[in-house]
Design a protein around this ligand. Structure first.
Ligand code: UTP
Length: 276
């Protein structure tokens, strides 16, 4: 399946990084020689996705500036004969970026809904800015490859990883059905539970921030009931659609790091430092 569009919800407040995030979006924290968000955009480009919509909140425009063209700066670099820097400035020239604003941070599903008019294709990729994949094919590339094994035309596909049982209350957890013929790590999803206690978790497969979703899921978001915390979540839209939409999960290979916590970010700095 050819996926050409991606939504990157990056509007969150990043409270776990306060007071840093009063001044700088957490997605702009450096990892080796790039900000975190550049790894996510590079993942899209590696998957052949060049049409990208950032959902941001006011004050996070530094994310846009990193990717947008700056003709005046390019002209100045040219005048100074800095050919190498000119090439660096052109890194993202083949990508097309759009922006949607989330005025109130009412959850990741609500953020995705703000990008509704951007979506022109039947299926769209969703990548949360916090999750990074290290050491194997990027998560979204793995999802697109696995999608070829799915028999239905319309479906949702979620990236999952096997997590320690004591951590199930931090993840959306899937209840699995049978394996999909021909792919050992692709399974049909029977149920989804948000942050279950370890004893109640139907499996140890936790959802990580990569999805392929059809437009119909975005269209259903306005009807999704907000959770107790007032947040509208993508997982709740998928739970509501389970009866009518085939949902699949792929256990991704490689390491996944949640850079949305200071500990996860420190781990990412360590891992990427070792690799560079
Ligand atoms: P998180 O809950 O992990 O990120 O959301 P956060 O809200 O930024 O961080 P904390 O919890 O306050 O520390 C997962 C992803 O969804 C986006 C976030 O930016 C992140 O990429 N998100 C979350 C939104 O875009 N809007 C929201 O209302 C909530």
């Amino acid at each position: 399946m050819k996926i050409s569009q991606a939504i990157l919800p990056v509007a969150g407040l990043g409270t776990r990084f306060l007071p840093w995030t009063k001044a700088i979006p957490k997605e702009m924290l450096p990892l080796s020689n790039r900000p975190i968000i550049a790894y996510v955009v590079d993942e899209c480009l590696e998957a052949g996705i060049t049409d990208i919509c950032f959902v941001i909140s006011h004050g996070k425009e530094a994310i846009l500036r990193y990717f947008e063209e700056d003709p005046a700066l390019a002209k100045e670099m040219k005048r100074r004969g800095k050919e190498k820097l000119l090439t660096v400035l052109k890194t993202y020239e083949k990508a097309h970026f759009e922006t949607a604003y989330q005025e109130q941070m009412l959850g990741d599903g609500h953020a995705i809904l703000q990008a509704g008019t951007f979506v022109k294709s039947d299926m769209v990729a969703v990548l949360f800015g916090d999750d990074l994949f290290v050491g194997d094919k990027p998560g979204i590339v793995q999802l697109i490859e696995a999608s070829h094994f799915i028999p239905e035309k319309e479906f949702a596909l979620i990236a999952v990883e096997n997590i320690p049982r004591e951590k199930t209350n931090r993840y959306g957890i899937i209840e699995i059905e049978n394996e999909v013929h021909g792919h050992p790590r692709l399974r049909k999803v029977k149920g989804l539970v948000e942050k279950p206690e370890p004893v109640k978790a139907p499996s140890t497969l936790g959802i990580v921030g990569r999805y392929l979703i059809p437009r119909s899921v975005i269209a259903s978001l306005p009807d999704v009931q907000a959770g107790k915390d007032g947040e509208i979540r993508l997982i709740d839209a998928l739970i509501a659609k389970l009866k009518t939409l085939p949902v699949y999960a792929l256990e991704c290979s490689g390491s996944r790091i949640d850079t949305g916590t200071p500990e996860g970010y420190a781990e990412a700095v360590r891992l990427l430092g070792m690799m560079s």
